[in-house]
Design a protein around this ligand. Structure first.
Ligand SMILES: [Fe+2]
Length: 226
């Protein structure tokens, strides 16, 4: 069954109910509202989330097409737990101290807490929970490795890392797309090899297309047109 919703000025324009991960009209409004709250609290994290959502969607079109639009929605709120983080850690311009890095990891727990309470589809919760897991087991919050990490987490890890590198951090600045891919190649043991290989091939083949869509345009881009 296909349904649609219009939210003025929203990142969410159209969506589909999905048999495995049922999505209601209310879910879409809830996700959009959470995203707007994040944008008001920390525009940089919202901008990053928009880019991450788009890359997740692109990868999911190859690896989990049935749920690809839900990946986009999940990406918008994958860092929603950052709403609970202190300003000096969330928005600071210095390299984080080890204890601050440890504190920031809590955003995963806080995000899962928020999304579960709202009874959003399981995939939305899973993306928030597993986007910092790493293929070699070095990630968090459960330290899963390989295919013990759900597919959505393996997709989110690639999309999130690329979006973080090209978007930059306050204390490191952004890198070019080719530099970001080089970093990810060097640290390929952190990612699902199939997902990473596909994504690198895609970005290198479509780099002009990707650079055209700055995130401002993405926010206005009808999801149905992707
Ligand atoms: Fe995160």
């Amino acid at each position: 069954m296909e349904v649609s919703a219009e939210v003025e000025g929203s990142a969410v324009v159209e969506y589909q109910t999905i048999s495995k991960h049922q999505l209601s009209a209310k879910d879409v409004v809830v996700i959009d509202t959470l995203f707007e709250a994040l944008r008001l609290r920390d525009p940089a994290t919202a901008e990053h989330s928009l880019a991450m959502a788009y890359y997740s969607y692109l990868i999911a079109c190859e690896f989990d097409r049935e749920n690809s639009k839900l990946y986009y929605l999940s990406g918008l709120v994958h860092d929603i737990g950052k709403l609970a983080m202190k300003d000096d850690v969330l928005k600071g311009s210095k390299v984080l101290a080890p204890e601050e890095k440890e504190y920031l990891k809590q955003h995963v727990i806080e995000g899962v807490y928020i999304l579960e309470r709202l009874k959003l589809p399981e995939l939305v919760v899973q993306v928030a929970k597993s986007h910092h897991e790493r293929y070699d087991g070095s990630g968090y919050c459960e330290g899963l490795a390989g295919e013990d990490i759900p597919l959505c987490g393996r997709i989110a890890a690639v999309a999130d890392t690329y979006a973080t590198l090209i978007g930059g951090r306050p204390y490191t600045g952004a890198v070019s797309s080719s530099e970001a891919l080089e970093v990810m190649r060097r640290e390929s043991y952190l990612f699902d090899p199939d997902v990473l290989e596909w994504f690198i091939d895609f970005v290198e083949g479509e780099s002009k297309y990707l650079s055209y869509f700055k995130t401002d345009e993405l926010k206005r881009l009808p999801l149905a047109a992707l």
